[in-house]
Design a protein around this ligand. Structure first.
Ligand code: SF4
Length: 432
């Protein structure tokens, strides 16, 4: 749902509605501005402060002052970068929410000079834990407990010298050392859920994998019990499981109107390639679960994370996933240096632009393709680029421990390997 009001950004301020309306909680119980802030420090921890203290805490008040003074807070660099490309950013999209007008008029305009403000927690972005059943290539231990587990296995047999002299192994050890166990919330405090449930208009469940998190079930059951079928509920799920501990999502999801329950499922490929990209998935099971949800009248919407591993097949993938979900798809551009689109041969990238421009009717928000078009046109990446070397070394390390061969599955990556004089084979010998 978008607002019926058109919004023209003012030139004397750089406003996002999130600091007055969004609740974004990370697996470490930190409060942050939103999911786009990257590695920026959090606004504070819910372990040390109440939600109310943090929401009008020092940094939050400063962010509001900066925005009202036409300055871009450091947390918001990604939105600024996207807008500088001429594309719609998460910030500009937030202004089209049906409640954006109310937030601007009632809360933003009444902000006090020191940044203190009333707020209404309309959007909950809840990621209570990094518990996950997959280790997807573009992810890491912060968001996936499986990455932490696998990276421990993958690094245990290498010497200290080998690890510190190989930036790929070093990255992997960094994943292994992430103290995720302490950060998984087994007994979350749900008082704030009960307190603010009347304000909420959107709940976004992500993780980790929300379907296997007890906290997700607490909120879903609460909304269901209170018949809050007016709340827009959005998931980011890998769709591998529909049930957990005797509860099945299809006993809940179909009670919401079709347009208000959105199951965004992270699917970027099909068959074996999907199983390589999202390690731990089972493509047949994914197909079954998608079909089951679609038949139950639930809106399934694939979200495709576009990286070097799938860009060349993107037009076919869009069609195949759209058919599976019987719905349009969403696009998410991957920025990690080792999976970024510009690592692929530029001529091949340029050939895609024409095909993709004919596919806008398959895309939920065609503006999402603007970032992809921008990246497809970037110059050829040189062979001494760190990311391109990391990509091939990462493939070699993962394949060594998983007994797979990504170069056969992804001819476009093999093409890069050849540009790097067979780095994959060299690295596999080193990692064996
Ligand atoms: S401007 Fe962008 S990064 Fe900043 S809070 Fe809004 S959506 Fe998040």
């Amino acid at each position: 749902m978008t607002s019926k009001y058109a919004y023209t950004p003012r030139t004397d301020e750089w406003i996002c509605i999130h600091p007055w309306s969004q609740l974004a909680i990370t697996p470490t119980r930190d409060l942050r501005l939103c999911c786009h802030v990257g590695k920026s420090p959090p606004l504070g921890s819910l372990d040390d402060n109440s939600l109310e203290e943090l929401y009008n805490g020092e940094r939050m008040r400063q962010v509001r002052r900066e925005m009202l003074n036409n300055q871009v807070p450091s947390e918001c660099a990604k939105c600024k970068r996207i807008e500088d490309m001429g594309a719609a950013s998460p910030r500009t999209r937030e202004h089209t929410r049906w409640y954006a007008e109310e937030i601007r008029d009632k809360y933003i305009r009444t902000t006090q000079p020191d940044g203190k403000a009333d707020y209404s927690l309309k959007y909950w972005d809840v990621r209570f834990s990094n518990v996950c059943n997959m280790s997807c290539v573009m992810c890491n231990s912060v968001w996936s407990s499986q990455w932490q587990k696998h990276s421990k296995d993958y690094t245990k047999n290498y010497s200290h010298n080998q690890i510190v002299n190989d930036y790929n192994l070093l990255w992997m050890r960094h994943q292994a050392e992430y103290e995720a166990d302490q950060k998984i919330i087994n007994n979350p405090d749900f008082k704030w859920v009960d307190k603010y449930i009347d304000q909420v208009e959107i709940v976004y469940f992500a993780g980790g994998e929300p379907i296997i998190m007890p906290s997700h079930w607490y909120i879903l059951e609460k909304l269901h019990e209170q018949k809050r079928f007016d709340v827009q509920v959005k998931y980011n799920t890998n769709m591998l499981k529909l049930s957990h501990q005797g509860k099945h999502v299809l006993d809940y999801w179909p009670d919401w109107p079709y347009e208000l329950m959105v199951i965004e499922c992270s699917l970027d490929e099909t068959q074996e390639r999907a199983e390589w990209i999202r390690y731990g998935t089972d493509w047949k099971r994914i197909e079954q679960n998608c079909n089951q949800a679609v038949q139950a009248g639930v809106r399934v919407q694939p979200i495709i994370s576009v990286g070097a591993y799938n860009i060349l097949r993107l037009p076919q993938i869009i069609e195949e996933l759209s058919e599976l979900a019987q719905n349009k798809v969403s696009i998410n551009c991957v920025y990690n240096q080792e999976w970024r689109l510009e690592l692929i041969d530029r001529t091949e990238r340029l050939n895609l632009i024409d095909k993709l421009t004919k596919m806008h009717h398959y895309i939920h928000d065609p503006n999402q393709l603007d970032q992809i078009y921008h990246k497809l046109q970037l110059p050829q990446v040189p062979v001494d680029d760190k990311g391109i070397n990391m990509l091939i070394a990462r493939c070699a390390l993962l394949d060594t421990h998983r007994n797979l061969n990504s170069m056969k599955l992804f001819p476009e990556l093999e093409q890069i390997n050849q540009r790097l004089d067979g780095l994959y084979e060299k690295k596999r010998r080193e990692y064996e």
